[in-house]
Design a protein around this ligand. Structure first.
Ligand code: ADP
Ligand code: MG
Length: 359
């Protein structure tokens, strides 16, 4: 049986490219689980460094798999929350009274996109927990119900819709509006299609929310004859000022929060709930992703109960989910009968009801 000492030694033999130290010593290993023939952890890296660390994640997985007797391994690459909340906001904490005090009194004016019935946000406290994977597959699962669905990838820190849907190229302009890409039955837009490397400062600064509001309201999502039923917005991870401004300016009808079962991720999920409360956006529920025997399961369900929000379902940790995302063909399309896809179908059914899209 592999033991913890062997796992730690293996991880310290993998070098952190930034500090030159082993991964354990460098403090990048979070929530390490070692049990019988399996091990897993979150490799937590600074926001913006996820591309740099993708090969490190692979090397860590390989190092763990090389330990004799190790059968199942999972390393999740997560990005640290980007901006710390301001001190005033930090006091909002979690108590209902504090949340209430922090709540915006006068609503910030928002502009609804034309011919869109519902806008649904998908949020997470941390990057890397599967927010984009859930956004894309939920959008496909909603479309499979016969709904007209759009996906707006607003994650300025790591847009992934272009890869996950296999779309590229700037959107066309027609009569002053952007024309969304069509992929797998969805209408799709991504900040990744618009931003150039040199624009990063604009996209990640105070203008980001303005730019995203423009994509929301100046895209031809639907027409009078064929309105979009639901627009799924893949939000940037975290609960900082960028996220707050963005959700204040976006006419959201509801939000779902994605978390992994680990306590470190759940704490961030709690903060995301507080953020939506403050702007009076209903949290429609919590989704547990990467559920299964490496990280355990049920953490998010218990957390949902504590928070008093519905638990929408758990999506198993499954290599096919990652492969389909990398290949640009969502699991819901390529393997609609797989266990993970069936979970997305169940979650979509609950959400369609919560959004009163169907009776
Ligand atoms: N249920 C799952 N099983 C296996 N891999 C997953 C699962 N969900 C997400 N992943 C993989 O984890 C990585 C991070 O997921 P992603 O959706 O990009 O997260 P986020 O948008 O929260 O940063 C991706 O490589 C993705 O394919
Ligand atoms: Mg993402």
């Amino acid at each position: 049986m592999p033991d913890r000492a062997a796992v730690i030694a293996a991880l310290d033999a993998v070098t952190d490219p930034k500090s030159g130290q082993g991964l354990m010593v460098a403090g990048l290993v979070q929530g390490l689980v070692v049990a019988e023939d399996r091990a897993g952890f979150a490799l937590e890296v600074p926001a913006g460094d996820t591309a740099l660390y993708a090969p490190v994640r692979d090397a860590a997985e390989a190092a763990l798999k090389a330990i004799p007797g190790m059968a199942r391994v999972s390393v999740v690459l997560t990005a640290e929350a980007v901006a710390a909340p301001s001190p005033r906001r930090r006091t909002a904490g979690l108590s209902p009274q504090a949340v209430d005090q922090g709540r915006a009194k006068a609503p910030v004016p928002t502009e609804r996109p034309a011919h869109v019935r519902r806008v649904l946000a998908v949020a997470s406290g941390k990057g890397g927990v599967g927010k984009s994977t859930v956004s894309v597959n939920l959008a496909c699962a909603l479309a499979a119900r016969g709904l007209r669905v759009g996906l707006l990838d607003a994650d300025v820190y790591g847009p992934s819709a272009p890869t996950m849907l296999g779309i590229s190229g700037k959107p066309a302009y027609e009569d002053g509006a952007m024309v969304p890409h069509e992929a797998w039955g969805l209408k799709a837009m991504s900040v990744g299609l618009l931003m150039q490397a040199e624009d990063a400062m604009i996209w990640r600064g105070p203008m980001a929310s303005q730019a995203i509001t423009q994509m929301l309201t100046q895209t031809r999502w639907g027409t009078e004859d064929e309105p979009l039923d639901v627009l799924v917005v893949d939000l940037p991870p975290g609960t900082g000022d960028v996220q707050l401004t963005l959700i204040q300016k976006t006419p959201l009808d509801g939000a779902v929060i994605v978390s992994t079962p680990q306590e470190v991720a759940l704490a961030d999920a709690r903060r995301a709930r507080t953020l939506f409360d403050r702007v009076n956006v209903p949290t429609l529920g919590l989704i547990e992703n990467m559920s299964g025997d490496v990280f355990g399961r049920g953490g998010a369900e218990a957390e949902a109960e504590r928070l008093g929000v519905p638990f929408l379902g758990d999506i198993p940790l499954d290599a096919a989910v990652r492969e389909s995302g990398d290949a640009g063909r969502p699991l819901m399309i390529g393997a609609a009968e797989s266990p993970a896809a069936r979970r997305f179908v169940d979650v979509a059914e609950r959400l369609a009801r919560a959004l009163t899209l169907e009776t």
